[in-house]
Write a protein that binds this ligand. Structure first.
Ligand code: ADP
Ligand code: MG
Ligand code: ZN
Length: 338
């Protein structure tokens, strides 16, 4: 029997705003533990959130760069869970009415154009960080309340190669728009891999692997989990729906907990925040801030400037270099010489 691997991603991306999503604390990576905190992001009783407008606009900007519909009306919900990294005991997020989605992203793999459908993009607050030191666990709330965008794809990917090629495209678009640093090593870009195996035409039970902090880890975990599930089902077993953790040093994944379902979170509307209304005029204004992305620039460099594709790819690998090149050409430089 031949099994097809199916993959859907949940990508978390921290937004590079100056301040946190619901308070005025600085949004910076690192710092002495618990020094970028206030009563709001530390979850004191009775405090009220104030929404960061830039975080909303950055999410819309990212949505436009990812070929998504921007929803005119979205609201906030509380996702309840009790864990020390989240002092309020709920995460303010978006449930049934997210800011962005659906949409579709095209990417290239070995000269072929492929696509992944985006289910939604919603905005939420990041949680704090737990630091385990021997038998002691410490908590750092500096990251608590950092604006976090969650991009959910449909299960349209079928290999590690496709997944990494898609993630490269996504990362490039987010980097070009400037809404995030997209640094996996600093956690500003994180990715969970949902994966199932089944005979062609069917969809199997999925597992969700977390803790993937490089594209290499994403690829290795897919190879591991796909082989593990094929082994389970081809020997007559059934795959458990569960959340798994990837141990990159060991090169293997292991079960972390059985998967919770949406109803376990007791989602309910956030009473302390107004819904967000995005008018067509808002979308037009934000769309004007989306720069020309990598693929459009490659087309322009090859088509209009007659550069070899190789040169065009190097020039566009980084937005700063592409901007510098465009600037030089705009001032009259001959493209190939520039
Ligand atoms: P949850 O919020 O509980 O994680 P979702 O329905 O939002 O559930 O799905 C999360 C992710 O799982 C999505 O990226 C989706 O594409 C992916 N997914 C859903 N079903 C499957 C499946 N059978 N195989 C692989 N991925 C799947
Ligand atoms: Mg999930
Ligand atoms: Zn704060």
């Amino acid at each position: 029997m031949e099994y097809i691997t199916t993959i859907g991603l949940e990508i978390h991306c921290e937004l590079k705003t100056n301040t946190k999503i619901f308070c005025g604390c600085a949004n910076v990576f690192g710092g002495e533990p618990n020094t970028h905190c206030c009563p709001i992001c530390s979850g004191f009783p009775g405090v009220l959130p104030v929404l960061n407008r830039t975080a909303v606009e950055y999410t819309v900007k990212a949505g436009l760069a990812l070929g998504c519909v921007i929803n005119e009306y979205c609201k906030w919900d509380r996702k309840n869970y009790f864990y020390p990294d989240l002092p309020k005991a709920w995460q303010t997020s978006q449930y049934d009415l997210p800011l962005v989605g659906p949409g579709k992203v095209e990417y290239q793999l070995n000269g072929e154009t492929k696509s992944v459908r985006i289910n939604r993009i919603h905005l939420e607050e990041d949680a704090g960080k737990l630091v385990h030191e021997g038998s002691v666990t410490k908590v750092d709330y500096n990251r608590c309340g950092v604006p976090l965008m969650e991009i959910v794809t449909e299960p349209d990917l079928h290999s590690a190669e496709e997944t990494v090629a898609f993630l490269e495209e996504l990362k490039s678009r987010l980097k070009y728009t400037g809404v995030s640093d997209v640094k996996m090593q600093e956690g500003s870009l994180r990715c969970d891999v949902n994966l199932s195996v089944a005979p062609a035409g069917e969809l199997g039970t999925r597992t969700e692997t977390k803790n993937l902090n490089s594209f290499r880890a994403v690829a290795r975990s897919i190879a591991f989990e796909s082989a593990r599930q094929i082994e389970v089902v081809s020997s007559g077993g059934t795959v458990e729906q569960e959340t798994r953790r990837w141990d990159d040093a060991a090169g293997e994944g292991y079960p972390m907990r059985s998967k919770e379902n949406a109803h376990d979170y007791r989602y309910f509307p956030e009473p302390d925040l107004m819904p967000v209304v995005m008018t067509a005029a808002d979308v037009v204004r934000i769309r004007a801030t989306v720069p020309m992305l990598k693929n459009e620039r490659i087309e322009k460099y090859v088509g209009t400037y007659k550069l070899p594709e190789y040169d065009a790819k190097i020039l566009t690998s980084d937005r700063e270099i592409a901007d510098l090149f465009d600037g030089a050409v705009a001032l009259g430089a001959q493209p190939k010489k520039a």
